[in-house]
Write a protein that binds this ligand. Structure first.
Ligand code: COA
Length: 162
């Protein structure tokens, strides 16, 4: 299977929105805080494109033939912590990774992640890549682990009002 990876173009829009919806529904099954995919699919793509425009980011799209089979988005994020190193504060950030359900476990995420790391590595100030994943998203945790990511911190949430 030959996978071609290239930056997002408007021709990919419908397929990436479908992917956003599927990704969001995956996360909604795992977290009470996620909105329905259908409500955010298009809005979230436009939000990502705007973030990427401002923060040297890109959505990389994987295709097999003409079919969109996955994507990943990455950009520069800047934290202002005075207690951590500069190279952690200004980091590459992977915000979304998705593989079409019919194409999972075929190395598409691995190829997309490698391409995202190569993109971020050519930005002179970027040495470290961070990402967030829901604690219950086992396939994603396993895939990121295989790609060399290690837990750096844990985010907790607790509802204190109904
Ligand atoms: C997580 C996801 C992107 C993985 O994509 P994929 O294309 O199937 O992953 P790959 O085939 O490239 O697998 C990469 C590695 O992770 C492992 N892996 C992937 N899914 C796995 C699973 N469900 N169980 C165990 N291992 C898994 C593979 O075995 C592979 O290991 P290897 O490098 O030793 O061969 C995909 O399952 C997905 O789109 N999930 C829904 C959206 C989502 O949750 N995105 C992440 C949001 S943070």
């Amino acid at each position: 299977m030959s996978i071609i990876i290239a930056p997002y173009t408007p021709a990919d829009r419908a397929a990436v929105i479908e992917g956003n919806i599927d990704l969001q529904e995956t996360e909604r099954r795992l977290s009470e805080f996620c909105l329905p995919g259908i409500d955010i699919g298009e809005l979230y793509l436009d939000h990502l494109l705007e973030l990427n425009r401002k923060q040297h980011g890109v959505i990389l799209v994987a295709k097999v033939g003409e079919k969109v089979v996955g994507f990943i988005s990455c950009r520069i994020e800047r934290d202002e912590s005075v207690t951590t190193t500069d190279d952690l504060n200004t980091h590459g950030y992977i915000s979304d990774a998705w593989t079409h359900p019919d194409f999972r476990n075929k190395g598409i995420f691995r190829a997309l992640n490698t391409a995202a790391e190569e993109y971020l590595a050519q930005l002179p100030e970027i040495k470290i890549v961070k990402l967030n994943v829901l604690a219950k998203n086992t396939p994603a945790i396993l895939a990121y682990g295989k790609a060399g990511y290690r837990i750096q911190e844990l985010t907790y949430a607790k509802r204190i009002k109904p």
